[in-house]
Design a protein. Structure first.
Length: 91
């Protein structure tokens, strides 16, 4: 099985991508920028949006939803489940 990537790492990577405007085209609410101050509900909302935008970017590039789109939920990520899918999200 794959090692569990740290949730905070996922957050930091997403923030870096949003700041660089390299992808995701996301006007992120200020509540999402500082991981330490986020409630569990904010974290779930953040990761739900990240998953949605990642899968949307894949589909916009011509990929099918059943192809390489990640099959994961924020609850999976926060609970350390489906680590292989979480790692795919990082890629």
């Amino acid at each position: 099985p794959s090692a569990r990537p740290p949730v905070r790492l996922l957050h930091e990577v997403a923030i870096a991508l949003v700041h660089s405007r390299a992808c995701l085209d996301w006007e992120m609410p200020d509540d999402f920028f500082t991981y330490q101050t986020m409630t569990r509900e904010h974290k779930a909302e953040f990761f739900d949006e990240l998953i949605k935008r990642t899968n949307g970017a894949w589909e916009n590039k011509g990929g099918s939803p059943s192809g390489l789109a990640v099959q994961i939920t924020s609850a999976d990520m926060l609970g350390g489940k489906k680590c292989e899918e979480t790692n795919r999200l990082l890629q």
